[in-house]
Design a protein around this ligand. Structure first.
Ligand code: PXP
Length: 254
């Protein structure tokens, strides 16, 4: 799809309601603890779709600590919504994505020793490499999002090098230790969101969102999609995946 029509289609969608991308990495993480077959992330994705997920998100990490190549290949075939592949800007991953052709790729920074993605991609400092990657992915028909901190310079660079979308890192807002810090971080998200939309970028957000802090982020003007994993999988342990997704969806749509 051409960039302009993708933008228009997604803008129209975000005016209807905010979308929910369910990240199933943590289901695979439990499976990998025993290197067995269960719990099955594929089944989790199917149940998440039943609960109202608009997209399934997976992060294929270079160390393959949770999601495996075969999981992504299988998901590509069976999910009914769309596949959002998070990955590092590395040759191995770019070739994999170009063959697999998920609807969306979200480029993220990746460090082997981190527990989860820490901080956004530094687009300003790595413009050349990221621009080449975006070009290759877009040629393969994939929409490209960059996971960035809510900063004007990062958004400007994302626009300049041809990204379709930015996913704002909500970690500092989600982990704020007091109300004042939370307000400051929220304000940054609102301002960055407005600027991204002014630049014509599709606006997504994610990281650390849960059943308490999600509503505010979903209210940000023209928010298109929220990608949420940990809190949904944690709640699913007690109430099941379908209900955990339904509850999250109700919060972001409501
Ligand atoms: N978006 C991105 C780019 C991420 O890297 C992650 C974590 O894998 C998420 C969203 C989801 O974060 P969480 O698991 O804290 O909901």
């Amino acid at each position: 799809m051409q960039n302009g029509s993708l933008q228009t289609e997604r803008l129209q969608e975000s005016l209807l309601s905010v979308k929910l991308g369910v990240n199933i990495d943590h289901v695979a993480q439990v499976r990998q603890a025993r290197k067995g077959m269960v719990p099955d992330p594929i089944l989790a994705a199917q149940i998440a779709e039943k609960g109202g997920a608009d997209a399934i998100t997976v992060h294929l990490r270079e160390d393959r600590r949770h999601i495996q190549d075969k999981d992504v290949q299988f998901l590509r075939k069976i999910i009914k919504t769309k596949l959002n592949l998070e990955m590092a800007c590395a040759e191995e991953m770019v070739s994999f994505a170009c063959k697999l052709k998920p609807e969306d790729v979200c480029l993220v920074p990746e460090k082997r020793e981190e527990l989860t993605t820490e901080g956004g991609l530094d687009v300003v400092s790595h413009k050349g490499k990221i621009e080449k990657t975006i070009l290759r992915l877009k040629k393969a028909g994939i929409s490209v999002s960059l996971f960035i901190d809510p900063e004007v310079e990062q958004i400007e660079s994302a626009k300049e090098i041809g990204a379709d979308c930015v996913e704002l890192h909500t970690g500092l807002y989600a982990n704020a230790k007091n109300n004042l810090r939370e307000k400051i971080e929220y304000r940054k998200l609102v301002q960055a969101g407005a600027f991204a939309r002014e630049c014509g970028l599709i606006l997504n957000a994610g990281h650390g969102l849960d059943y308490e802090n999600v509503t505010q982020v979903a209210k940000i003007f023209q928010m298109h999609e929220l990608n949420i994993g940990f809190s949904i999988v944690a709640r699913a342990i007690f109430i099941g995946m379908e209900q955990a997704v339904k509850e999250m969806k109700a919060l972001i749509v409501g």
